[in-house]
Design a protein around this ligand. Structure first.
Ligand code: CU
Length: 180
């Protein structure tokens, strides 16, 4: 396992203000190995074992900024990605539902009033010809401690319509991040 999770001071490029943050660096491992993972892949074609992920979280007076960077994924492909509630496990469903600031009373949530990129953290990205991609999300909330534990990478871009909002197909990979 190659893991680096640390607290550090992050100088925000947007505001120039120094704030608190967390950085997680991981290398995807095949779920077939069993056990616990920093970063796990369920689809070796889309997210090959050995490909790399970085997640940066920084909190500011006005909210939270989350950055996702991927290296070595399937080239020229669009993926969905979100912050999920639970840690990654050996099964794709283990990471639970999306983290929501205002929790939809009707779960699973597919109402655009709750399942949207202001109330959740969406990090969809498209890889370049070398399989590298990145995304940044800025939200005006702060994670409740212990309730946001992973970033999940999905099959396709996140949908937004009623009854489908927040859906992005199969869960291809997952990285543990101790948000908040
Ligand atoms: Cu998701």
């Amino acid at each position: 396992m190659s893991v680096l999770a640390s607290s550090m001071a992050v100088a925000s490029s947007m505001t120039g203000v120094t704030c608190d943050g967390t950085a997680v660096h991981g290398r995807f491992e095949s779920a077939a190995g069993g056990g616990t993972y920093q970063a796990v892949t369920f689809d070796a074609k889309a997210v090959p074992a050995g490909s790399r992920v970085v997640v940066l979280e920084s909190t500011h007076r006005d909210g939270t900024e989350i950055e996702l960077r991927l290296h070595g994924l399937q080239p020229d492909r669009t993926f969905g990605a979100h912050v999920h509630q639970k840690p990654c496990g050996t099964k794709p469903a283990d990471s639970g539902a999306h983290y929501q600031d205002v929790v939809d009373p009707k779960q699973p949530s597919s109402d655009p009033e709750y399942a949207n990129p202001d109330n959740e953290v969406w990090l969809d990205f498209t890889t370049d010809g070398r399989g590298n991609g990145s995304a940044t999300s800025s939200v005006d909330f702060f994670f409740r401690a212990g309730e946001a534990r992973s970033v999940v990478i999905h099959e396709h871009a996140t949908e937004t319509g009623p009854g489908h909002a927040g859906m992005a197909g199969a869960r291809l990979a997952c990285v543990n991040v101790p948000f908040g």
